[in-house]
Design a protein around this ligand. Structure first.
Ligand code: DGJ
Length: 737
């Protein structure tokens, strides 16, 4: 890993272990140009790639046609207004209403990376390159920041924008942008809706705009702040893949624009729609951080770079590397219909099976008997929880289980004590009836008085009993944007201030309760993003707990995020969302590819299922470390082949691997299926065992023999046909010692 600078030629080169990223200052007139990003190269003086000498695009010799140059040069941080008609990374407005700026190189610095304000990456083996650009007319200064770490192939980029002499309005202030040639690339995005989050979409890049955005105040169920730009031949293990992900939890854009010369402009940052930021003289604005990854080893290489960066340099929770307690959540067990007796019965039965924590979900507070009321009234409902919260928690602890609780801190129901006392705390445009969603409004989290109240409500509850886990939910998007505390010329700051307010509150919470296990959630997975991972090591992936639906959701999520971050539970059948019936065993295998827990009424499920839980608990303890810390390799995708799914988690030293195989559809009169393994050491010798749920032990898989890693990867193994649909197999592959 290194940052090298050729001062004479004004070229900056970032080298990660396997990639290079090159920026050069154009001789005349001093714009920052994007030269190269891709597989590691040895030379730095490749600024000929900028093509600034090609007629007629020569600014010095062709001033009469500056626009021809501006509209095609490969910029590193393009600005609006002076002839580049492609989408800009930065657009300002002066008090006079002028929107043009022009950024010229004015210096650079290199320093050791200490820490950046959350949300963002951290670590002590990083280096930061700062390139400073200035607009001569407004005095605006932009610092382009690039962070690299010794142990990572990712490049983290963001910008800090300063206004020194006059008030400026930032109409768009994106995190990262770079221009490159289109080599027949394809675009991958993650899209969906409630209960169908992060399905993978792939399509050719064509001229014009393509991309995704959120305007919902959260990253959203519908789109995701990730973009893959991949070569046509890119598969899991081959081809080129660029991955761009934004460490942010609110409105974002991720877009690619193919212009007139078949060149691409790649951009990501805060969505400029509903955004503006006023910079008074002397003030600065830091954009969210964007993570860039390049892999010449296909999508798998890209995913592993993201996973490693997030495990080592993003997730701060002390729970990051620890086994998470196996929890049982009462949401799908009881919904709102529970009391302390019911919860203790679930906890009692759970304890017998080896489950380690009870989580009391929505419905324990105020007069919350359904989802129409009481959000904001965070005092325990003693009609449901007789004797109070402490008595219940003590009772659960006495059974040997930890206790966790659900909150939806950012919300307020119109039918609540809180709303009756503070109607002005809800986000709404004065004089207009604000739109309801799930019969609730959103609290104005940009206000410190509101946040202080919410923090006190939460900490009063957390101080009142031995609560070791919090599920922080958020069940509606933002609309009717207005804050009573902001002046007219700052109203468009609300969405971003809201996100910063949520971050501040979560940060305060985990500082006050350092051992707390926080799980974020947003009506399922509407705020599954790297911003939230800075505060919680795990996020609820989706409200769809059906094992087969989860294959697609978890595959899309794992394209970017480590398996240890994905909240995944075994739930009851027929599944509450899709009505599908899958074997209990298979539900366990799919949940094992996440945090692993239960979401069912353990006192009422079939005896045979209940009897399997102790074996599944043991399975989790046997393999969770491999799943959480291992390298992830996807062998087959049910979304693509419609028949089966398979992935591997491989210990970093390649001495052990866990292979999960899910046969979604049974087949008639066919051979077994050949499966080629990935990621093993070709020279190592392995044995293969199958986890046997009945005996809760490992039995040899197929012939009891030794295999070389290269045989397993190049020739493969036979996956026997299983009898029926929705069946699964777990294979433990261990090095012969
Ligand atoms: C949405 C979450 O995703 C569910 O798990 C559950 O907590 C409900 N909210 C409760 O209202």
């Amino acid at each position: 890993m290194s940052v090298s600078v050729n001062e004479k030629e004004r070229i900056f080169k970032l080298d990660t272990p396997n990639t290079s990223y090159i920026i050069a200052i154009m001789d005349d007139p001093g714009y920052a140009g994007h030269v190269y990003y891709g597989k590691h190269i040895s030379d730095e003086d490749v600024n000929y790639l900028l093509r600034t000498g090609e007629s007629p695009f020569v600014p010095s010799g062709n001033k009469r046609d500056k626009i021809s140059f501006m509209d095609c040069a490969p910029f590193e941080y393009p600005v609006h207004g002076c002839g580049d008609f492609r989408e800009a990374a930065l657009k300002i407005r002066t008090e006079d209403g002028y929107c043009t700026s022009e950024l010229y190189y004015s210096g650079y610095s290199i320093s050791g990376f200490t820490d950046a304000p959350v949300p963002g990456v951290f670590g002590d083996n990083g280096t930061v390159l700062t390139i400073e650009l200035k607009d001569k007319i407004t005095g605006l200064t932009v610092e382009l920041k690039y962070i690299i770490f010794e142990d990572s192939d990712a490049i983290v980029r963001y910008s800090v924008i300063h206004s020194f002499t006059q008030t400026l309005y930032l109409e768009r202030a994106l995190s990262a942008s770079f221009d490159m040639d289109n080599e027949d690339y394809e675009l991958i995005t993650l899209n969906g809706t409630w209960a169908r989050e992060r399905y993978i979409d792939r399509k050719p890049i064509a001229h014009g705009f393509q991309g995704v955005y959120s305007g919902r105040g959260e990253t959203s169920h519908q789109h995701h702040p990730f973009m893959g730009i991949v070569s046509k031949d890119c598969s899991q293990s081959r081809g080129e893949a660029y991955g761009i992900n934004l460490i942010y939890s609110g409105n974002f854009i991720a877009s690619v624009y193919e212009g007139q010369f078949d060149n691409l402009r790649i951009l990501t940052g805060i969505n400029p729609e509903d955004f503006e930021w006023k910079l008074e003289p002397g003030e600065s604005f830091a954009t969210p951080q964007a993570v860039l990854v390049y892999s010449s080893e296909g999508l798998g290489g890209m995913s592993r770079s993201f996973h490693d960066l997030y495990r080592e340099h993003l997730i701060r929770s002390p729970w990051k590397d620890k086994a998470r307690p196996i929890l049982i959540n009462n949401w799908e067990a009881t919904y709102f219909d529970f009391n302390e007796e019911k919860l203790l019965a679930i906890a009692g039965e759970a304890a017998k099976s080896g489950i380690e924590m009870l989580v009391m979900d929505d419905g324990w507070f105020g007069n919350r008997y359904d989802d129409n009321r009481a959000l904001g009234d965070w005092t325990v409902n003693e009609e449901k929880i007789k004797g109070g919260l402490k008595k219940l928690v003590d009772g659960v602890n006495a059974l040997g289980l930890k206790f966790g609780i659900w909150f939806e801190p950012e919300m307020i129901s119109p039918d609540s004590e809180l709303y009756r006392a503070h109607p002005d705390w809800a986000i709404a445009v004065p004089g207009r009836e604000a739109a309801l969603a799930r019969n609730q409004y959103v609290l104005d989290m940009s206000r410190s008085d509101v946040r202080d109240h919410v923090f006190k409500s939460l900490s009063d509850i957390l101080d009142s009993a031995n609560i070791e886990y919090v599920k922080w939910d958020m069940n509606r998007p933002l609309a009717d944007l207005a804050s009573l505390k902001l002046p007219a010329d700052r109203q468009k700051e609300l969405s971003h201030r809201y996100v910063l307010g949520v971050y501040e509150l979560q940060d305060r919470l985990i500082r006050r309760y350092p051992g707390l296990l926080l799980e974020n959630c947003s009506g399922g997975g509407a705020r599954f993003d790297p911003g939230m991972l800075c505060f919680s090591p795990q996020i609820w992936c989706s409200d769809d707990t059906d094992a087969i639906e989860r294959l697609k959701i978890q595959e899309g999520t794992a394209l970017v995020y480590p398996l240890s971050t994905m909240g995944a539970h075994v739930s009851d059948c027929p599944n509450h969302t899709v009505g599908r019936i899958t074997p209990f065993e298979t539900r366990g295998y799919v949940a094992l590819a996440g945090t692993f827990g239960y979401e069912l009424d353990i006192t009422r499920i079939p005896e045979a299922d209940r009897a399997m839980i102790p074996a599944q608990v043991k399975m989790y303890h046997m393999y969770h470390e491999l799943v959480a810390a291992g390298d992830y390799y996807r062998l087959a995708s049910y979304s693509e082949n419609r028949e089966y799914d398979s992935w591997m988690c491989i210990k970093k030293d390649k001495s052990e691997a866990l292979l999960t195989y899910i046969q979604v559809l049974g087949r008639a009169c066919v051979h077994s299926r050949r499966l080629k393994l990935q990621g093993l050491d070709p020279g190592k010798i392995y044995r293969i065992y199958r986890f046997d749920m009945e005996s809760v032990s490992e039995l040899p898989y197929g012939e009891d023999k030794a295999y070389h890693g290269d045989s397993l990867m190049n020739a493969g193994i036979n996956m026997i046909n299983l009898w029926g649909d929705h069946k699964g197999v777990l294979l433990h592959i261990t090095e012969l010692s």
